[in-house]
Structure formats: C-alpha cells, structure tokens
Design a binder for this molecule. Structure first.
Ligand code: AMP
Length: 425
C-alpha cells in the first residue's frame, strides 16, 4: 500500500515524499480512506503511530480541493484542539509540512505567551487552526476567532484533556461548532468518561484501534537498574558518560526533581536542560529546540511537559523515577521507538518503587531485564522482588552503545566491577 493507492492528491504526495515517508503507517492506512469519505472517526491510538498525518492529510486534501472554489478572506474551516502547547506546535508543523504545496495557511495558538503574534496571524486570515483549549476560548471571547465556518474538527489526546481538567472548556468549544461538520476524536485510552464524551461529539463514527499501549513495549529494548535513591544521580552520570547517545530524554516525577537532576549533571560536566510547568514558555521552547537540533543531548522532563515531545530518532529514555501509573511508563518509553524506529529505555528502581515496577510489568506483560552488574547497586537493604531474582539473566546487556563506544563500555563495566564489587545476593 502506498499513499498514492490511498488516493492522495499530487501536492500532498510531493510533500510526503519530501519527508521521506514511503509507506503509510497502519493508522494512516485505515483512517485516511474513512476520512476522505467524510465520515466521523473515533480513533484509539497513541502518539508515535503516525496519527497526526492520518488526520492532517485528508483534512488538507478536502480543503485544498474546496479552496479553489472559495474567494475572499480565508475562513477557519479546520480546528484541531490538543492539550499541550508542545503538541499544538508539533501538529501545526505537521500541517505546514504536509500542506506546503497546497497554499493553505494554518496557525497555532496556546496560552502562557502574549497573544499579539497569534492575533496578528488570525487577522491575516487562516484556513486551519491548532489550539489548546484555554487560549482558544479566550480569543473566541475577545472576538478574534469565529468557529462558525468550521467543517472539520479534531479533538486530539482526549484522555489527556480530561486528566488535565479541560472537560468544561471542551464542552464549551463543542457547543460553538456548527452541527454540520466532520468530527474526529482521538484518545490513547478509552475509559468510560471518554466514550461518553465521544458520543456527545461524534455522529455515527467509524472506529479504529491502533497499537494498544502494550505493543510499544515490545518495540523498545528495556532494562532495569536496582539502585538506591541516593545513588541515582551517580548512576545516571555514569551511564551518560560511559555510553554516548546523541539524544537522551530523562523523566523525573517532579519539577523540583528535574531541576535537581540537571544541576547534578551540570556539576558532572554533562550539559542538560529541564522542561516542566514552572519553566517559562521561552525556556521550554529553547530547550526543546536545542534538543531537537542536537545541540543539547540530554533533556530532563516531567510527564506533562514531555507529552508533546516528538524527536525523530530519540535514542534513549531514562526513567529516573518509575511512574506510579503504569500507562505513564508506556507513554514515556514510547517517546523512543517512534514510527518504524526502535529505541532503548532504562529504568531506575529503588525500594519504594518496587510496587510500581510490579504494576508496569503486569501492564506490559513482560519482565524487564535487570542489569545487576553496575557500579552503584543498592546497598543490600533493599531486597529484589523474588520474581526478578529468579529470572534467568540473559547474557549481560548494557545500554546499547553506539558502535564505536561498545568496547569502551565493556571495559568500563569490567573495571568498575572490580572497584565496585557487585552486591552480595
Ligand atoms: P505522530 O504519531 O503523529 O506523533 O507521528 C510520529 C512520528 O512518525 C512523527 O515523527 C512523524 O513524522 C512520523 N511519521 C508519520 N507518518 C509516517 C510515515 N508514513 N512514514 C514514516 N514516518 C512517519
């Protein structure tokens, strides 16, 4: 199956080719024909599946074909609502990329920044609007935006919207949309409240489910380090120094923790930056930009801040803290191993986090390989759960090194083993 087989028009095909996409991902293969027939869609899919192109391409195609008949100032015909500014920016970039030969214009609006640049873009006239809920309602109230001409609406990451408390905003936005429109609704999970919300928004939708949470876990090589809380900084520093990765995303459960990790790495001579809700929008964008451009190799993030991060070729995810919600683990490791790529995820687990590990392993239906030969094993007061103790260890696997670093890594592990004898088990 090719994009041409899906009936995509030439200007969009050209843009997709320029991006280097050769074949549609499963969600694209399923969603594009449905959407080209102007049907409503309920999609259960997480980011990393190619979901954005799956909805952006057919919307661009319809609009590109219709626009030729329209005259005068552009009207907003497509609206995408998404929970975070990072996601909004990424979706906006996708519309620009896939639509660059269509002549359609899009803009992105989100809170936390001055509205001037956003209102200027709106006043000039746009076809497609990507927005976070709060700023969207704000600019509607101020009269900068009318939703009267919307023909395509997309609600993205619906479960995350609800988790973030956007339900009332979403309902207000939905109430302002014309009833005659094509509606798309995406969520990574489908709990009861999401199903209920989808019924209020969609007519009689086609349904597709792509990539249940568990399958990400199969694609990403995962390993686990038992390490006491106090040794986590040293272990992180050690791993980042020993094995050279071009891009590493470190997850911290708290904002304060993220700052502390960055400070520790800084002292160790490893350049890193943190992104979380207490950082200014500019600081977050700068850090993310540097990370995407490869100027910054290590980014430390909280779960909410990392939601929209899509770094092609992200090599390594480190769970510095294990999340207490197992689905979060899957979301985190799904940052690497996007689309066709495979990735590596390392997790640190201290005594208190062992119950979280149990839940995670239950969800992903597999045991995570334990690396017990590392320089900072926990001090023996923390007992390894018996299920992991029993596990037949495969031949020792460190984090996958870049080819040039491999022999160095092997040597270091041996050397360190002598100076840091493995704990007695
Ligand atoms: P998304 O799920 O929309 O966040 O997309 C995940 C990543 O997959 C993005 O980096 C896209 O650029 C990439 N991608 C989307 N569709 C394709 C495709 N058909 N072939 C290769 N990469 C793709």
């Amino acid at each position: 199956m090719t994009f041409k087989d899906l009936g995509i028009i030439h200007p969009i095909l050209k843009a997709i080719e320029a991006e280097g996409y050769t074949t549609p991902t499963p969600i694209q293969e399923q969603a594009i024909p449905i959407l080209l027939k102007r049907k409503d869609l309920l999609g259960c899919a997480q980011t990393g599946t190619g979901k954005t192109a799956a909805f952006a391409i057919p919307i661009l195609q319809h609009m590109s074909l219709n626009r030729q008949a329209e005259k005068g100032k552009r009207k907003i015909h497509a609206l995408v609502v998404t929970p975070t500014r990072e996601l909004a920016i990424q979706i906006g970039e996708s519309f620009n990329t896939y639509g660059k030969f269509t002549g359609l214009k899009s803009t992105v609006i989100f809170g936390g920044v001055k509205q001037g640049a956003q209102t200027t873009a709106l006043n000039r006239g746009i076809d497609i609007l990507v927005a976070t809920p709060g700023r969207l309602l704000d600019l509607i109230d101020q009269g900068y935006i009318s939703l009267n001409d919307i023909q395509y609406s997309v609600l993205d990451e619906a479960d995350q919207m609800l988790d973030m408390g956007f339900i009332h905003d979403i309902k207000k936005i939905i109430a302002k949309l014309p009833t005659k429109r094509q509606s798309l609704f995406f969520s990574a999970t489908m709990p009861q409240d999401i199903v209920k919300l989808s019924r209020q928004i969609l007519g009689d939708p086609e349904k597709i489910t792509i990539k249940p949470e568990q399958t990400t876990a199969e694609k990403v090589e995962q390993t686990l380090y038992y390490v006491s809380k106090k040794s986590k900084p040293k272990l992180l520093e050690h791993l980042l120094k020993e094995v050279s990765y071009e891009s590493t995303l470190v997850f911290s459960r708290t904002k304060h923790g993220a700052d502390k990790i960055v400070k520790g790495l800084d002292r160790a001579g490893i350049k890193a930056a943190a992104i979380h809700g207490n950082k200014s929008q500019n600081a977050r964008q700068r850090a993310l930009g540097d990370f995407k451009d490869g100027k910054l190799k290590v980014l430390v993030a909280t779960d909410i801040a990392a939601r929209g991060i899509d770094v092609s070729g992200l090599e390594l995810v480190v769970n510095y803290d294990l999340p207490n919600v197992p689905e979060t683990y899957v979301h985190r490791i799904g940052r690497t191993g996007r689309a066709a790529a495979s990735g590596i995820a390392l997790s640190f687990c201290n005594n208190e986090e062992k119950p979280y590990l149990k839940d995670i392993q239950k969800l992903i239906g597999q045991r995570i390989d334990v690396i017990d030969e590392h320089p900072f094993p926990d001090d023996g007061t923390e007992d390894t759960p018996s299920e992991n103790k029993k596990q037949q260890r495969p031949p020792r696997r460190g984090p996958k090194p870049s080819s040039s670093a491999k022999s160095g890594e092997e040597k270091t592990f041996k050397k360190k083993r002598r100076s840091f004898p493995p704990r007695n088990r």
